[in-house]
Design a protein around this ligand. Structure first.
Ligand code: DGL
Length: 284
């Protein structure tokens, strides 16, 4: 497998850009192909079979683009659909749940762990089972925080409305004296400061996207698949520059607008595509 192939990333929409940013920061020589399934977002309220179907279609779309590794940035898709996705494609697939769980266990050092995520991720208890596989003595409390997603997308992270919502959601977790809180949804790093203020700045927050980026780095290193430095890459790489390619399944303009909020810039190359029936891939 050539090491200069891009890394594929998919998410249900725009939130996975926080994972893209973490990967980009850690691996500045790599190229990325990002797919945001904006036509079918949100995944966090959908059933297992639907998320599996969407996840497989997204993964096949990216695999058809020639990638060396696939990152499932979406926590909900990672929680519900990872085994089905791994069965459907031959490329190596990295999700965000196991890396996030490992980082939380390390940081919590035997104390309780809190997890905040979408309704579907919480219902799947994927974080709880990943944590208990590492250390079955650790008590885990999961809490769904669905309103954090629209608040982040609206750019309302710093508002009183967001604070009131965070206080309501986190009230029980705050009382549980957790040794780490997992940000188990792509959007939550956007609300990181607020969540930290409400939980108490002494509670370590675990960004599952950052944890996955570390895992991707060590996987590529061990397989000698890190992209070699090339002349074009020796110039300062910018987020969203023309070396990275972004696809969405709908509403490219809205994606670009929210990308600007999340990353401070929008993709240079952004295309709308259909991912279902990828054999007849249509770009428009
Ligand atoms: N990307 C999803 C996640 O990380 C959040 C948005 C959605 O519900 O699709 O779980």
């Amino acid at each position: 497998m050539p090491s200069n192939l891009p890394i594929g990333i998919f998410d249900s929409g725009v939130g996975g850009l926080t994972v893209y940013r973490a990967l980009h920061e850690r691996l500045p020589n790599e190229h990325f192909v990002y797919l945001g399934d904006t036509a079918r977002v949100p995944y966090g309220t959908k059933s297992l079979s639907t998320v599996e179907r969407y996840g497989i279609e997204n993964a096949k779309f990216l695999e058809a683009h020639g990638i060396k590794l696939l990152v499932v940035a979406c926590n909900t898709a990672s929680a519900l659909a990872l085994p089905a996705i791994r069965k459907a494609v031959s490329v190596t697939v990295v999700g965000v749940i196991e890396p996030g769980a490992r980082a939380a266990v390390e940081v919590a050092a035997g104390k309780k762990i809190g997890v905040i995520a979408t309704e579907a991720t919480v219902q799947s208890a994927a974080y709880t089972s990943a944590i208990s596989k590492i250390n079955s003595d650790i008590e885990v409390t999961e809490r769904a925080c669905p309103l954090f997603v629209p608040l982040a997308e609206e750019g309302w992270a710093e508002t009183e409305v967001a604070r009131a919502v965070a206080e309501q959601y986190l009230i029980d977790l705050r009382k549980r004296d957790v040794g780490a809180l997992v940000l188990g949804c792509t959007h939550y790093p956007i609300l990181r400061n607020l969540i930290s203020e409400v939980m108490g700045t002494d509670v370590p927050l675990i960004d599952s996207g950052e944890a996955a980026a570390r895992e991707v780095q060590s996987l590529l290193e061990s397989r000698q698949l890190l992209s070699p430095e090339r002349e074009v890459e020796l110039r300062e790489r910018q987020l969203c520059d023309d070396l990275d390619h972004f696809y969405v399944t709908d509403a490219a303009e809205r994606f670009a607008k929210v990308a600007e909020r999340f990353l401070g810039m929008s993709p240079s190359i952004l295309e709308a595509v259909e991912v279902w029936g990828h054999d007849e891939l249509r770009t428009y």
